[in-house]
Design a protein around this ligand. Structure first.
Ligand SMILES: O=C(O)CCC(=O)C(=O)O
Length: 275
């Protein structure tokens, strides 16, 4: 079995990730950027059945294209997941022996798109739960600070799973009594909000429980991103009171069972991977 290379990212980066639930990584995926750009164009022409695109009234070309679980279908995404050091970095950040890919979420805000990504955290949307989790938000365009994702540092430790809503504000689960996401905009001054301007090749790594939200794209530049989700050794299946996002129809599993399955392969260490 391949030994984990603990030098890929510095220990203090792991400590920041644990304390804040979010950390920026510079120039880690640069060789995979062009492949992801190509994959996004192919994906937009051939969306999956999970595609969810918001088309605001501004008209043609301003859409917020989203698709899910497509990393294995397009070679540029696949290379980022399987060939880049992402899995190894994920294991290191999660302090996990293994890194299993859960899914990818493609988020393309075209120029002039007016949709804000509302404040939310991802954990309650999912069929998997655990403490070891990380998403890599990987932009393939330069994203200045005024339209990047913002994160509430430390929110992954609040001990609350907030009610999941779709990005249009509707509830994901019909009978959900859980607490709503707090009004982060109102409380900005007392919260520790982090954001970074990013370049293609950079990534922002964040825990599934870290609250985050993003600005609209009122610029004339595209904002193309893929966000890749990973889980670690303690991942377990969880039943939810409705259709999760992403949704996995036909996937049978027991609540609390170890998370597994061919569509969620272990990528690190390599010897465990069916790839
Ligand atoms: O890119 C965005 O607008 C939001 C990203 C996000 O919510 C995520 O990666 O989980």
């Amino acid at each position: 079995m391949e030994k984990m290379n603990t030098n890929l990212i510095a220990d203090d980066v792991v400590e920041v990730f644990e304390a804040d639930g979010v950390v920026v990584l510079r120039d880690v995926f640069t060789p995979w950027v062009e492949g992801v750009r190509q994959a996004i164009e192919e994906n937009k022409r051939n969306p999956s059945w999970r595609e969810r695109t918001y088309r605001p009234e501004e008209g043609e070309g301003c859409e917020f294209f989203q698709d899910y679980c497509v990393w294995a279908d397009f070679s540029g995404y696949r290379a980022l997941v399987v060939e880049s050091p992402m899995a190894k970095i994920a294991a290191q950040l999660m302090r996990s022996d293994t890194a299993r890919v859960f899914h990818d979420h493609v988020l393309v805000k075209e120029p002039g798109n007016s949709v804000k990504t509302p404040w939310h955290h991802d954990q309650p949307y999912y069929i998997v739960d655990g403490t070891q989790s990380v998403s890599f938000w990987v932009p393939v365009d330069p994203v200045p600070a005024d339209r990047t994702v913002e994160y509430v540092a430390g929110s992954h430790k609040w001990g609350v799973d907030f009610k999941p809503t779709r990005f249009d504000g509707t509830d994901l689960y019909s009978a959900d009594e859980s607490e709503s996401v707090p009004d982060v905009e109102r409380d900005r001054d007392r919260l520790d909000i982090r954001r970074w301007a990013t370049e293609p090749g950079d990534a922002i790594a964040f825990n599934f429980r870290t609250l985050h939200g993003a600005a609209a794209n009122h610029s004339s530049q595209r904002r193309r991103v893929t966000s890749i989700r990973w889980v670690g050794d303690d991942a377990r299946f969880v039943q939810r009171p409705g259709k999760t996002s992403p949704f996995f129809p036909g996937l049978a599993y027991e609540h609390g069972a170890p998370f597994s399955g061919d569509q969620f392969p272990v990528i690190f260490p390599k010897s465990q991977s069916p790839q």
